[in-house]
Design a protein around this ligand. Structure first.
Ligand code: 0O2
Length: 273
C-alpha cells in the first residue's frame, strides 16, 4: 500500500482517538468542577504504528485489504485509574454511553494472562464524521490501574527488546513483579476511602478558592481600594484556618457584597422595563 494511502486510511482512526480522549478528559473536568471523585486518573490514546500493523498482519496472516475489518485496535485509548474498584465504574460509564457501543469485553483482571498482564479490554464501535460522511470504526479501550500500567509498560518494552522472546529468568522476575502489583493494588484499595476523602476535600477547597478569587477580581472593578484591602486580609485570615466551611461562608459573604454593588449600579427605572 502506498504511504499516502496508509495516511488516508489511518486519518479517521486518529480523529476517533482525539474525540474519545477529549470526551473522557471532559468527564474528568466535570468531576473536578463539582468537587467529586473521578474514577479516571489519566487518559492516553494512540493510533497503531504502521510497523506494528504490519507485524500483526504477518503474525495473524491478515491480508492488508482486510486489516480494517480484522484488526480492532488500530485506534486505542487507555484509561488509567487509581484503584481497581474504579475500573468497574469506568466500564459502566462506557456501557451507559450512546456514542460508544460495546462489541466485546475481555477481563484480564479477573483472568490475568499467562505473562502476568492485567487490564480490562473493551472493543467499541464508534463513528467519526469526515468529508466523506460518517465512518463507523472499531477501537480498543484498555482500562487499568496505575500499578498495572507500570508493569505493562515495562513488560512491553522488554518484549520489544527481546523480540517477544523474553529470557526465562527475566520472565520469572516479571511474574514476581506482577504478583507485587496485585498486592499493591489490593493494599491501596484498603485505604481507598481515606485517600478519596482527602482528594475530594482538596478539590472542593480548590474550587471555593478559585470562586473567591474570581469574586475579589470582580469587586476590584466596583469597590474602593480600602474595602478590597480589608476583604483580601480577611481572605488570608480565613484561608489560614484551613477550614472549608469558613471558606464557603466567606465566599457567600462576598456574593452578598457583589450583589449589593450590582443593585447600586442598576439605572433608575430599569425595573420598570
Ligand atoms: P501494541 O503495541 O500495544 O499495539 P486478538 O486477535 O484480539 O485475540 P490481540 O489483538 O493481541 O489478540 O488482543 P489482546 O490479547 O486483547 O491484546 C491487545 C493489546 O493488549 C496488545 O496490543 C497490548 O497492547 C495489550 N496486551 C495484551 N497482552 C499483553 C501482555 O502480555 N503484555 C503487555 N505489555 N501488553 C499486552 P498489541 O497489538 O499486542 O501491541
Amino acid at each position: 500500500m502506498e504511504i499516502q494511502l496508509w495516511r488516508e486510511m489511518l486519518n479517521p482512526y486518529g480523529l476517533a482517538v482525539k474525540e474519545v480522549t477529549t470526551k473522557f478528559e471532559n468527564l474528568m473536568k466535570e468531576h473536578r468542577d463539582r468537587g467529586v471523585y473521578c474514577p479516571i486518573e489519566r487518559v492516553e490514546g494512540r493510533v497503531k504504528t504502521v510497523s506494528s500493523i504490519l507485524n500483526k498482519c504477518q503474525k495473524k496472516k491478515i491480508p492488508l485489504q482486510d486489516m480494517e475489518k480484522r484488526i480492532s485496535d488500530l485506534a486505542g485509548v487507555r484509561i488509567i485509574c487509581q484503584f481497581v474498584e474504579d475500573i468497574d465504574k469506568v466500564v459502566e460509564i462506557i456501557k451507559d454511553r450512546k456514542d460508544m457501543e460495546v462489541r466485546q469485553e475481555r477481563d484480564y483482571i479477573r483472568n490475568a494472562k499467562e505473562s502476568g498482564y492485567r487490564s480490562y479490554h473493551m472493543i467499541i464501535n464508534y463513528t467519526v464524521y469526515t468529508l466523506q460522511g460518517p465512518k463507523p470504526l472499531t477501537m480498543e479501550v484498555q482500562i487499568r490501574t496505575m500499578a498495572m500500567n507500570f508493569w505493562a509498560t515495562i513488560e512491553h518494552s522488554l518484549q520489544y527488546k527481546y523480540r517477544k522472546n523474553i529470557p526465562d529468568d527475566i520472565r520469572k522476575r516479571l511474574l514476581n513483579a506482577a504478583d507485587a502489583v496485585l498486592m499493591l493494588d489490593h493494599e491501596m484499595s484498603s485505604v481507598r476511602s481515606e485517600i478519596m476523602d482527602v482528594q475530594n476535600s482538596f478539590q472542593i477547597q480548590a474550587n471555593i478558592v478559585a470562586d473567591i478569587l474570581n469574586n475579589i477580581q470582580n469587586l476590584y472593578k466596583v469597590a474602593n481600594k480600602r474595602e478590597i484591602a480589608k476583604i483580601q486580609d480577611e481572605f488570608y485570615r480565613v484561608y489560614s484556618t484551613n477550614n472549608i466551611d469558613r471558606l464557603e461562608r466567606f465566599n457567600k459573604q462576598l456574593d452578598i457584597i457583589a450583589e449589593g454593588y450590582r443593585a447600586q449600579s442598576v439605572p433608575m427605572g430599569a425595573d420598570a422595563m
